[in-house]
Design a protein around this ligand. Structure first.
Ligand code: AMP
Ligand code: MG
Length: 327
């Protein structure tokens, strides 16, 4: 079975083609164009959607060429229907709907967050993991039970990705800033005390963001180092509690922030203490990409009929714990 997946929830417009044989999936192509705001600015939804509109034909044709597949070879088309920025989501939905209705190909709306998890499971081989989803749009600790992902803990305000991006922009980087902060942080070992806010199984990052900004006026590298150490320690505490509570023997990190080496290092230590295996999604597939959507659509197509065109809308705040997963 051959699927096309379209991702357009925020900064990335991406198309990917995966061939599914039994439980195995082979990524034939995954092409992306990322909207980059000017230094110091965040993602403007209308500008990002314009970027996606302009790039969608190029990305789609490159993706088909690279996979050596024509539209008529596709068995299904999936697109990210939420959560995300409305104007951006609509671009992917329009491309998917147009191809589906013109070429009569079954269409599957996919939850973007589930996409991160399913591709992570495919690529790491994790079976029943506690999942840490840390990205621009999510900070969640999840465990699967009775056909649904259950939220063990989450952020009460901004996400870990937003914390890094908003702080990074305040010191002059262009979003996304996680990688720049990681590089600066690796050059310091001077920890400056910052507010640490874990509330039950949840975390809160907005106070940490406000408190880190003045420190960067004295030393950017100390601010980056202290910010990472504090935020990642908060995450590690909640992961440790969740591993202990759920007795899961696997931890998997997915989402763009999973690219961070220091975060992995801290979580590996937590896993060691709990005898849990540690899995991290490969760097290339940590951030948003079409493969996440494509693979999830292929899994859904095993158990679900395709959507009718009137059900191919987008939902900006579609929580992953409301999705029934029965494949
Ligand atoms: P996503 O929304 O899944 O595409 O993830 C994007 C987020 O990942 C942004 O907030 C980035 O700043 C963050 N990110 C990317 N690379 C890194 C890194 N090496 N360390 C920390 N955060 C990162
Ligand atoms: Mg994402």
């Amino acid at each position: 079975m051959i699927g096309l997946g379209i991702e357009s929830t925020a900064h990335t417009f991406s198309c990917a083609i995966i061939e599914k044989k039994g439980k195995k999936g082979k990524i034939l192509s995954d092409v992306r164009k990322i909207f980059r705001p000017e230094a110091g600015q965040g993602i403007h939804p209308r500008e990002a959607s314009r970027h996606h509109i302009e790039n969608s034909p190029i990305v789609l044709s490159e993706c088909l060429n690279e996979a050596n597949v024509s539209v008529k070879d596709l068995d299904i088309i999936s697109y990210a229907a939420g959560p995300g920025l409305g104007p951006c989501l609509r671009v992917g939905a329009v491309v998917a709907r147009s191809l589906s209705s013109f070429y009569k190909i079954p269409i599957y709306p996919v939850n973007h967050a589930i996409g991160h998890i399913e591709l992570g499971k495919l690529l790491t081989g994790a079976n029943d993991p506690l999942v840490l989803l840390v990205s621009g749009g999510h900070t969640m600790l999840l465990s699967f039970l009775n056909k649904q992902w259950r939220v063990f803990g989450e952020t009460l305000d901004i996400t870990l990705g937003q914390l890094l991006d908003q702080f990074g922009r305040s010191i002059g980087f262009a979003s996304p800033c996680g990688k720049n902060i990681e590089e600066l942080a690796s050059t310091s070992t001077n920890y400056v005390s910052l507010p640490y806010s874990v509330k039950g199984n949840d975390v809160s990052f907005s106070g940490l963001l406000s408190a880190t900004k003045p420190i960067s006026e004295k030393s950017k590298i100390d601010a980056c180092y202290s910010l990472q150490e504090t935020a990642f320690a908060m995450i590690s505490e909640t992961v440790e509690r969740a591993l202990s509570f759920t007795s899961k023997k696997e931890l998997m990190i997915v989402g763009g922030v999973a690219a961070n080496k220091r975060l992995s290092e801290m979580l590996k230590d937590v896993c060691k203490r709990h005898g849990a295996k540690f899995f991290v999604v490969p760097l290339k597939y940590a951030g948003d990409c079409g493969s996440q959507i494509c693979w999830t659509g292929l899994l859904e197509s095993q158990v679900k009929k395709s959507a009718t065109l009137k059900d191919t809308f987008v939902t900006q705040s579609w929580r992953l714990d409301s999705v029934i997963v029965n494949y």
